[in-house]
Design a protein. Sequence first.
Length: 338
Amino acid sequence: MRYDFASDNTAGMAPSALAALNDANADFARAYGADDVTARAADQIRARLDADAEIRFVFSGTAANAIALSMLAYPHEAVMAHQAAHICTDETGAPGFFGQGVGLIGLPGESGKIDPRALKAILAEPEVGHRQPPAALSLTQSTEYGAVYSSEELRHLIEPVKASGYGVHMDGARLANAAAAGFDLKDIPRLGVDVLVFGGAKAGLPSTEALVLFDRSLARRLDNRLKQAGQTASKGRFLAAPFLGLLESGDWEAGAAHANLMAQRLAAGISLGSRFVLAHPVEANAVFVRMPERAHRRLNELGWACYRFDDGSVRFVCSWATRIEAVDELVAAIAGLD
């Protein structure tokens, strides 16, 4: 089975990340994230966001998302998110676990983008004592369906939430792909996002994500919270070093730009060379195809790993490591399906 397009998680580490990890292995360093490598990696993120934020490196996106949301909502409250968001469909109740009961309110919208009308409808509902009221909004950039919010689209979602006195979280697992598609990272703090998960694993790191707190008041006893959650690395430099290598080299952006370009090539090849149609606009690094079960099964039999997504379409994801030759081979395989 070939996993070239199963997910951007199936790719290995980017060479610059691996080299930085090896460099960090030399000599001795302060423990628990107090080292120079961690400080430099955090500064690289601050520079891209143009914000003086608190930054911590954690082991997984699920933990980063769940811990962030636990800072924005009490156990008797809920977080609004797109109904296909990772926190709603793929984190096994982690927001509720870390938030000691925090609920989720799924909202509709095309291609993973929240419909502003649905959001405003939830905000307008009267609060009653028998269900969890909203207290925060979670946004995914780029979305689970490969769409990229414009800054203006985000503003229309964030402004009514902030006007209600609620917090805003952004899941940036594929933030690099959104940036490569033209999204200005500096708009994230300007728009009022309180907590950001700055993605690393899908961009070419082993597993590290960065938790970015623009609202520094949320950082009170943050290290205690992370320690209790099992997200504090004693050898913290090994979480930060791959980030440093990817960011200092520019490969965080370059790898995402390559992935996006490969997705465009794949989408064009499928559209021109097969009878199948795209299910969603291709704006980042994911391609979704309307494909009957028989064709999907045959593609798997031919050795191409790909998965049927929540909306019934089949998903193909490109990464920093995707080769042009692999894209063309996949296009040919799809063209040969009946």
